[in-house]
Design a binder for this molecule. Structure first.
Ligand SMILES: [Ca+2]
Ligand SMILES: [Ca+2]
Length: 335
């Protein structure tokens, strides 16, 4: 790159400088030289540009993960959420490919932080201030080719048109989170919002190369969600009815597969309890802030007595280019 730039500089100088043996009709000769050199100059500029683009795209892309757990509310939820945080954090390296130095965990209260101490010694108490500070810290280190993922789990409420996430001191909402995330300059963002009334968070957080997964449909579902525990169990492979596998059958394991697996797990859990499902997750990744229930075609269909089920569709074709799910399908994870 340096060599190419130096050559470029030398050619530019030669256009304005004197050539040995230069004689009369200086302007004419100069024009002729420009005609000769122009294609070469153009080629050099193109090569230099390509070299720079290649060098940028070849920089290693790293993932940053911030796990944010809100107030547990009671001992039962503290125990369940602590286990979920432990399982999700344990999946950071092997599944999400997030190295330990780029994982931050904020837990609901001092008791949770203490309970997580042996597994996550750097965990801190989650408040609006600590979430903003952690994001600010990431914004100062993250590189343009990196990814920033945020997972929220805990309780939230809907009041006066605002869906607020419950944390110590002062609750925060999607507008706060969007404001804190604004300084983050990176290639890709992922929000996994597992809490109730999270459907309202799609619009404020949507954008290019951004995946938003919300546990519920905005304006329709307000009860507690099973998603945080389904996500934790699918990632850990323990107590899950649904395995993390290539559900869309495209030959790769992606964030889309994780989304589908979590929703199959939620479906199975509600069915096993014989309860009407009160949460219908949505995914938006085409930047319009409108989520889709991509899981619908993948949910098991119960056979009606005396009827034959239609053949399974080719599931890789269910999500088309640039539709919701297409970008999430390009974000690969491992297992
Ligand atoms: Ca797949
Ligand atoms: Ca959308």
């Amino acid at each position: 790159m340096k060599i190419r730039v130096e050559r470029l500089s030398s050619i530019a100088q030669s256009i304005d400088g004197d050539f040995p043996g230069e004689v009369v009709n200086h302007r004419c000769c100069r024009t002729e030289r420009l005609r000769t050199i122009a294609p070469l100059l153009f080629l050099v500029v193109v090569l230099a540009g390509n070299a720079f683009a290649n060098e940028t795209s070849e920089l290693p892309s790293k993932r940053w993960l911030i796990v944010v757990c809100g107030l547990p509310g009671d001992d039962g939820h503290r125990e369940k959420l602590t286990t979920a945080v432990r399982k999700i954090s344990a999946a950071a390296d092997p599944i999400f490919q997030v190295e330990n130095a780029r994982l931050t965990v904020l837990a609901g209260d001092e008791q949770m932080v203490s309970d997580l101490q042996s597994d996550i010694p750097n965990a801190a108490v989650c408040t609006g201030e600590s979430v903003a500070a952690v994001i600010d810290n990431v914004s100062k280190q993250i590189q343009p080719q990196d990814s920033c993922w945020v997972i929220l789990l805990g309780h939230s409420q809907f009041y006066a048109g605002r869906s607020s996430f419950n944390v110590q001191d002062r609750d925060f909402d999607a507008t706060d989170l969007a404001k804190w995330m604004k300084p983050i300059q990176c290639r890709e963002r992922l929000y996994f919002l597992t809490m109730p009334v999270s459907g309202f968070w799609l619009k404020p957080l949507c954008g290019p190369q951004t995946v938003i997964i919300a546990a519920t449909e905005a304006g329709a579902e307000y009860t507690a969600t099973e998603m945080p525990y389904a996500l934790a169990d699918v990632l850990s492979g323990t107590q899950a009815k649904q395995a993390l596998e290539d559900i869309d059958q495209d030959g790769q394991l992606s964030i889309l597969d994780l989304y589908l697996a979590v929703n199959l797990e939620i479906d199975a859990r509600f069915k096993s309890l014989e309860r009407l499902q009160t949460e219908h997750a949505q995914l938006d990744d085409n930047g319009d802030g409108i989520g889709k229930e991509l899981q619908e075609p993948y949910l098991p269909v119960a056979a009606v007595e005396g009827e034959t089920l239609p053949p399974e569709p080719v599931k890789t074709r269910l999500i088309t280019v640039n539709s919701d799910g297409d970008y999430a399908r390009s974000i690969l994870i491992t297992k």
